[in-house]
Design a protein around this ligand. Structure first.
Ligand SMILES: *Cc1c(COP(=O)(O)O)cnc(C)c1O
Length: 371
């Protein structure tokens, strides 16, 4: 077998829009597919403003800069996440303060967040990890009560929702990535979303070299270039127009995995109310994860371990604590998931998974993840 972790499906629609942009000679960040892409997203996400960016990491950095977060400030970041939210806090000169995640869904534990707040805390970055929304009833109320900005990183949660509202609509600023392994993709790309007019204008300006709109080469704030190209936005518009098809395909793949996954392999993060997760990379928890991963890899199935817990990475090192983040990092396994996978392929993957887990029970000796 040769089954990738993720791949993309491009249709005539993406090709047509990109050809149109090329034919019109509009390939930079100033081109009409950018606002069309932003408008389509803002409707989809029920947000007033969407600003497209070069990638999801820079979207987070733009949010922090526009909120004026920098040296001397602390930003709360979950201990279990892809590294970008912690790295951008460092990039603007602030300090990431790690907080453990919930055992049930691997998202920020609101009680632990409250305990980590100090006089220097300015913001909380809530990551909708592996398609599962955070507890926004708790986090929105907490941030309001304590005067903190809530930044939502929805990079892994296209199509997920919480209490009927889409992920990407909960933060003062929310961000997305459209990297090729995300559910909606432009290859490289990202965006920020907000309902705050003033903040949107600030982000727009910083993303465009800090230039005063309508006044050439007059830069009244320090900015940079965070822009997405028109070619990228052309792909993005097509992908957003295919949103229901692309998200629906992953939902179906998740149901097939639910049905065919062997006993002793548990899906995680699990479904719960009022969060309504979407499927990004179908993720399970298994005993002897590294062994199972090796067996899958040897069979040509490109499964991956879940993210390392941030406290186990040198720049963010903490020697104790964070049991739930460390559990998610030690026991989680991300399985191939992409629109276009067939049920037969899922069955093949689950058969190898079953073989791998049988062996792991026979000669299992390390600390079990599951009883
Ligand atoms: C993928 C991802 C990012 C980074 O997005 P890029 O577009 O690759 O820069 C940020 N945060 C999370 C949670 C992600 O999964």
């Amino acid at each position: 077998m040769n089954i990738p972790l993720a791949t993309i499906t491009l249709t005539q629609r993406e090709h047509a829009y990109v050809s149109e942009a090329l034919a019109a000679n509009w390939i930079s960040g100033t081109g009409y597919f950018v606002p069309r892409f932003e408008r389509a997203l803002s409707e989809r996400l029920e947000r007033t403003h969407v600003i497209a960016t070069a990638n999801g990491t820079l979207a987070l950095e733009l949010a922090l800069r526009a909120l004026g977060i920098g040296v001397g400030d602390e930003v709360i970041v979950p201990a279990f996440t892809f590294v970008a939210p912690a790295a951008v806090v460092r990039a603007v000169g602030a300090t990431p303060v790690l907080v453990d995640v919930c055992a049930s869904d691997w998202t920020l534990d609101a009680i632990a967040v409250e305990q980590a707040i100090t006089l220097r805390t300015r913001a909380v970055i809530a990551v909708d990890v592996i398609g599962h929304s955070c507890d926004y009833d708790a986090l929105v109320a907490l941030c309001q009560r304590r005067g903190l900005y809530l930044i939502e990183d929805a990079a892994e949660a296209h199509g997920a929702s919480y209490a009927g509202k889409p992920c990407g609509s909960f933060g003062h600023v929310s961000t997305f990535s459209f990297h090729a392994n995300k559910a909606i993709t432009t290859g490289e790309g990202g965006c920020v979303t907000t309902d705050d007019d003033v903040l949107a204008a600030r982000m727009h300006r910083i993303a465009n070299h800090g230039m005063t709109p309508g006044r050439w080469y007059y830069h009244d704030v320090i900015g940079s270039n965070y822009r997405m190209t028109n070619l990228t936005a052309a792909i993005g518009l097509a992908q957003v127009e295919r949103w229901d098809e692309l998200i629906g395909a992953r939902t179906q793949i998740g149901l097939w995995y639910d049905k065919h996954c062997p006993a002793g392999v548990l899906p995680c993060p699990t479904q719960c109310n009022p969060a309504c997760p979407s499927v990004w990379l179908y993720t399970v928890v298994t005993n002897r994860r590294d062994h199972v991963l090796t067996v899958l890899q040897q069979a040509g199935i490109d499964a991956r371990p879940t993210f390392e817990a941030l406290p186990d990475l040198p720049p963010y090192r903490h020697y104790s604590g964070f049991p739930n983040a460390r559990f998610a990092a030690r026991c989680g396994l991300m399985l191939p998931t992409w629109a276009g996978m067939t049920e037969a392929l899922v069955i093949d993957i689950c058969a190898v998974l079953q073989q791998a887990t049988i062996v792991s029970v026979v000669d299992g000796e390390e600390v079990p993840c599951l009883m």
